[in-house]
Design a protein around this ligand. Structure first.
Ligand SMILES: [Zn+2]
Ligand SMILES: [Zn+2]
Length: 334
């Protein structure tokens, strides 16, 4: 998709409402039906609303046991996407947007060579498949399947992080994903990133979550936004962000493609809620630019590049001490 015909967004993220906008959601949430899960559907829905989320996906381990319960707690202000976490022998993946009561097969490992078949079934029915926590530090938690065939990769998972919502496993996942973009975007294929809390306990929801541009708050529209990479990851609802690239009179946002026609490209990032943080610009040449945010945490940063210099631009916003506050999918330049 090109950004050429799109109306420019306001500098701050457009509030979601009728006609669409940016919606905040947590795509990886467990209930009491998952091992270690302590929250009921009612408690999860209340926590999601309190955290400022517009949607959640229920992803219990290998069961659809709560699917029937969500109709009573969802509402016009909170979309619940039915899903599952398939806990296989060599990695976990999320099936999002599956039918009520549907369960994806999980009893296999990478050596069985059947992952493409099971992922393909979910995708053929309109669902979205996410490689979950690819560097989780426990047996079976590391994702051993190729990312090929998956719609997104969960580069930021909030659960296995001890006290901090960002850790070495997430750093490894983002670094691996950044390398895959450099190789893949030129070839016309790349896998968008998402971030989610992997909530099991009270206090975990929305840390982090994914902010998705969608035409409306529906499962189909939200999954389409994630699939297209029109999303960014927020450490909390206090963090706001927009990223746009302009060349001449053409404009593209996150996940979109900008045809620059050889003109200079102005990258504009507007960030809020990250006091004394930093905004880091990444391209296929690595980290290419970095600017501090003021103590009040709100700032607009512009950086000039070109399609010749940068095949894509994405940003990472860090708190002091390098904890991640937000990161975006790329804007693609040609
Ligand atoms: Zn898992
Ligand atoms: Zn999980």
């Amino acid at each position: 998709m090109t950004g050429q015909d799109r109306e420019p967004l306001s500098p701050l993220e457009r509030a979601a409402g009728p006609g669409g906008g940016w919606y905040r959601g947590d795509c990886h949430v467990h209930s009491v039906l998952s091992r270690g899960g302590e929250l009921t559907p009612g408690q999860l829905a209340a926590a999601a609303r309190a955290a400022g989320l517009d949607f959640i996906a229920i992803t219990d381990h290998n069961t659809a046991g709560t699917h029937d319960a969500w109709g009573q707690v969802a509402g016009n202000d909170l979309l619940v996407i039915l899903g599952q976490e398939a806990v296989t022998q060599t990695g976990h993946w999320l099936a999002l947007g599956i039918g009520p009561g549907q369960v994806a097969e999980w009893r296999y490992g990478v050596r069985d060579d059947v992952i493409a078949q099971h992922v393909g079934q979910v995708r053929a029915a309109g669902g979205l498949c996410v490689a979950a926590h690819p560097h989780a530090p426990y047996p079976g938690g590391v994702f051993m399947y190729p990312f090929e065939g998956f719609d997104a990769v969960e580069v930021w998972n909030g659960l296995w992080s001890s006290d901090l919502p960002w850790n070495a496993d997430n750093n490894a996942a983002v670094a691996e994903w950044g390398r895959s973009l450099a190789a893949g975007i030129g070839a016309g294929r790349w896998v968008p990133a998402i971030g989610s809390s992997d909530t099991h306990l009270d206090g975990q929801i929305a840390i982090p979550h994914t902010v998705v541009l969608a035409g409306e708050l529906s499962t189909t529209a939200i999954l389409a936004g994630i699939r297209a990479g029109r999303s960014w990851i927020a450490g909390s609802a206090a963090v706001t962000l927009s990223l746009e690239v302009r060349a001449g009179d053409r404009l593209a946002g996150i996940g979109e493609h900008l045809e620059t026609s050889g003109e200079p490209a102005t990258v504009r990032a507007v960030v809020g809620g990250v006091p004394s943080g930093s905004v880091n610009f990444h391209t296929d040449r690595g980290t290419v630019h970095r600017e501090p945010l003021p103590a009040e945490g709100q700032g607009t940063i512009e950086w000039l590049t070109s399609a010749g210099e940068s095949a894509f631009v994405r940003i990472e916003v860090r708190h002091p001490g390098q904890q991640m506050a937000a990161l975006t999918n790329p804007v693609i330049l040609s």
